[in-house]
Design a protein around this ligand. Structure first.
Ligand code: SAM
Length: 358
């Protein structure tokens, strides 16, 4: 190990091995950064990694601010070079990731499928969790000007989520979304004869009722009680609140043979893997390909806890680090671009961190 590196290692060993105070920003190639962290003893210690590497787009990206622009980074590779670069980084990330940890890799159509194959090799196909679809940036569909096209406009990016081990479990990914209560038909076309019984004088000949007989009869009785004793004084929703938000209701539907059941109001929904409700890109720093804090807030909030270590080894303008700091996680960031470094440092403001240059 070079002398300067050994000195720095002595400087930062304590906070890193305590894991109490460490926030580290590396200005270097991330291969060096990760080898260094492994040598420092951070094997199996990082709880969450988000990376937004170059996409293999064949483009150069400029940081544009106040009528001035510099190259921020180049994304120009031969395919085997790009995949070799990703393979070595993903291998090191696997080593650094805690057994309960997860990695999220943000890509687009250029390299997604090739990187997925590499990740299956490194993390194991059994640890693939989801491909998450997010909105692409401000790229308009310019195809209106043409009479024909050779392919459709690409409107989304993908984030590959892998865990380090297949036994890792995660809390329900709930996001705020309110919906009003409603009545829905109690019949379903799933065909289970044992779930066909008489309600309000009618037994379906095919399909089934949605709940068991016992549960349905209790819900009918609940609604009867509400109508008889409480409906003149309060709404059904108020009654449901008052009775501990657990009571279920079924009632007869006017002029129809089928019964209907009550779906209570909701404040949250469970996320699926299409995240079009939030922005993925932002334009606040002028750094090209800057990701939106909404996206990082969602990933960090759902897949780590306060006090955990979150890392982004292609941190660009520092979005992951800023959000991790706000959500009280420790963070490790790395970028090899001088422009990325100056934007990230400015964005971090008074945040305490150690800058490591290898
Ligand atoms: C797509 S940008 C990341 C943008 C970032 N997510 C943000 O919100 O600003 C990719 C970054 O990876 C950096 N990068 C590319 N290769 C790297 C390497 N080998 N080591 C460190 N950083 C690298 C580039 O300099 C660039 O800033």
């Amino acid at each position: 190990m070079p002398k300067a590196l050994v000195e720095r290692q002595q400087n930062i060993r304590k906070p890193l091995t305590d894991l109490g105070v460490a926030n580290l920003l590396f200005y270097c190639d991330n291969d060096d950064c990760m080898s260094y962290l492994l040598q420092l003893g951070l094997k199996d210690r990082i709880d969450l990694v988000y990376i937004d590497p170059p996409f293999h787009s064949g483009e150069r990206y400029f940081h544009r601010i106040d009528n001035h622009s510099d190259v921020a980074f180049a994304d120009v590779w031969r395919s085997h070079e790009y995949l070799g670069m990703m393979r070595s980084r993903l291998g090191n990330i696997w080593g650094l990731l805690a057994p309960t940890g997860s990695i999220f890799v943000h890509l687009d159509w250029h390299a997604l499928h090739y990187v997925k194959v590499i990740m299956d090799e490194i993390f194991g196909p059994e640890n693939f969790r989801n491909e998450i679809i997010v909105k692409r940036g401000r790229r308009k569909n310019l195809q209106y000007q043409f009479k024909s096209l050779d392919r459709m406009h690409n409107a989304f990016d993908s984030i590959l989520w892998y865990s380090k081990s297949k036994d890792a479990k995660f809390p329900l990914p709930l996001v705020e979304q309110s919906s009003k209560s409603k009545w829905m038909g109690f019949w379903s076309n799933v065909n289970r004869p044992t779930m066909r019984y008489e309600i309000f004088g009618y037994t379906p000949e095919r399909g089934q009722w949605k709940w068991s007989k016992e549960r349905a009869f209790l819900a009918i009785a609940n609604y009867g009680l509400y109508e008889k004793e409480f409906s003149s004084r309060m709404s059904l929703e108020e009654y449901w609140e008052l009775s501990g938000r657990k009571v279920e209701f079924i009632r007869k539907r006017n002029n129809v043979k089928y019964a209907e059941y009550w779906i209570p109001p909701k404040t949250h929904k469970i996320l699926d893997n299409i995240w079009l409700d939030i922005e993925a890109y932002n334009y606040s720093t002028g750094y090209p390909t800057e990701k939106h804090e909404q996206l990082l807030e969602r990933i960090i909030n759902l897949f780590s806890r306060p006090g955990n270590i979150v890392a982004d080894f292609f941190c660009g303008s520092g979005t992951t680090l800023v959000v991790a700091q706000r959500l009280e996680r420790h963070w490790i960031g790395c970028d090899s671009s001088p422009t990325a470094m100056s934007v990230t440092k400015k964005r971090l403001g008074n945040t305490k961190f150690r800058l490591v240059t290898l």
